[in-house]
Design a protein around this ligand. Structure first.
Ligand SMILES: [Zn+2]
Length: 447
């Protein structure tokens, strides 16, 4: 008998091109996939025996998606950089992030990943695209992350960022290949929650020979590439000095760009590079909180979107909360353009529409929309509208209400209730955090 979950007694927002807003609506999930969406009076009779999740008048919508995360970055929490504080972007990498990932050992990753994964569940983020780095522990590292994702219950596309910064590009290629074989052995479809990409750290730390080998290895799997691009101006300067090309042109010439690939950040790309992204169908991912934190500048997201580039939204590991990310994207565009007319629709589209298109290319099925056939990933957000709520007013409620409110009541992935009444149903957060703190102490001693 099919496993059925009915999420009802709420205002349903379907998202997707139709974006229906249904007062007193319900969503029926059957064997992990959405079977019906509509007024509860019509949907409930289809499954009278279904388990019932009562939204208590609040908003029922698709789970949110993070198009660029770094689950490994947990141990950086509370870490103070030694004096003098790093000033340039490369100093931030050389004095914090590279030694940090280099000090990770087997066993660290599972716990480092579980805590942000728990945050994902609490914040209603039901799918992520993660970019991993652990230079001294590459082989097998993606399987340790996949185990954490599996236990947490959300969806993820994982990859390891290949880099020649310590001369270990070969191991990086091997791990991406090994992991792609592992995930591809699982039958495709919404019940396969983890998929893989081919990761590259960034163009400036990957030699031409390694790029060539990576492209030929990825071809066997039809996998896209996930790489940081022109996060700081120094990436462009290094590529021009060493390879005689700007980042995006060099990546295109190497065969890295395409519809399944992701160019992360793109803060310092010019109009020609935007045209290349648009022509190749390669999506860009904007990470406003991270860019502001690293003081690298504001990505030209409106220009990119104007040129037809699909731009998604990520957090770059800073948080698992997409509500905070979308608000920051909106404010940053207002501030940068000094124009209160821009950025509202674009920021919401990056998160609510574009991230769904981006991750569907990785997972091979639809998420981020409530419609029959899409994955059964649904959240109930703790929001009671104080003014009329319909298709015309919805985005204002989303950005200035839902994204500013107390968070999420319930999180469901593939029909499994991972959080109900703000309580995790599967995981013991305190036990996991306690183990993570023990490992972090040992990690700091190595760092
Ligand atoms: Zn990143």
């Amino acid at each position: 008998m099919a496993k059925q979950l009915l999420i009802g007694n709420g205002i349903v927002v379907t998202l997707g091109p139709e974006n229906r807003v249904i007062a007193k609506g319900a969503v029926l999930v059957e064997d992990g996939v959405i079977a019906a969406v509509g007024p509860e009076a019509e949907v409930k009779p289809l499954a009278p025996q279904a388990e019932y999740l009562d939204a208590r008048g609040k908003v029922i919508m698709p789970g949110l998606i993070n198009a660029h995360h770094h689950l490994y970055s947990t141990f950086a929490r509370g870490m103070a950089p030694k004096n003098p504080p790093p000033y340039t972007f490369v100093e931030i990498l050389e004095r914090l992030w590279w030694p940090l990932d280099d000090a990770l050992v087997p066993g660290d990753l599972y716990y480092a990943a579980m805590l942000p994964l728990i945050d994902c569940i609490k914040q209603g983020t039901t799918a992520i695209i993660d970019h991993h780095e652990s230079q001294s522990y590459q082989l097998g590292s993606l399987s340790e992350l996949a185990k954490a994702v599996g236990d947490a219950g959300i969806r993820a596309s994982l990859c390891l960022g290949i880099s020649d910064r310590y001369g270990r590009g070969k191991d990086g290629i091997e791990e991406n290949v090994r992991f792609l074989k592992e995930v591809n052995a699982v039958p495709a479809g919404p019940s396969r929650r983890v998929s893989g990409m081919f990761g590259l750290h960034a163009a400036f730390t990957v030699e031409d020979a390694t790029l060539k080998k990576a492209v030929s290895a990825a071809a066997e799997f039809g996998a896209g590439f996930h790489t940081h691009v022109a996060e700081a101006a120094s990436d462009q300067e290094a590529n021009l000095a060493k390879f005689g090309k700007r980042c995006v042109a060099r990546l295109r010439d190497a065969g890295i760009l395409g519809e399944k690939s992701l160019a992360i950040h793109c803060v310092h790309i010019d109009e020609q590079e935007m045209a290349i992204l648009s022509e190749t169908g390669c999506a860009a991912v904007h990470n406003p909180e991270s860019n502001m934190n690293n003081a690298v500048g504001a990505a030209p997201v409106l220009k990119m979107m104007g040129k037809g580039v699909l731009v998604g939204l990520g957090t770059d590991g800073m948080t698992s909360d997409m509500r905070s990310g979308v608000k920051t994207a909106f404010f940053l565009q207002h501030h940068t353009e000094a124009d209160p007319r821009v950025g509202f629709c674009e920021s919401c589209a990056m998160l609510l529409d574009n991230n769904a298109s981006i991750i569907a290319r990785q997972l091979g099925y639809e998420v981020g929309v409530l419609k029959p056939g899409a994955a059964g990933d649904v959240i109930v957000v703790d929001y009671t509208p104080p003014t009329p709520f319909d298709g015309n007013t919805w985005l204002g409620h989303f950005l200035f209400g839902i994204c500013c409110g107390p968070a999420v009541d319930a999180t469901v992935v593939g029909g499994r209730v991972l959080m109900r009444d703000k309580k995790l149903t599967m995981l013991d957060e305190e036990a996991l955090a306690s183990r993570c703190r023990e490992l972090a102490k040992k990690f700091y001693a190595r760092f």
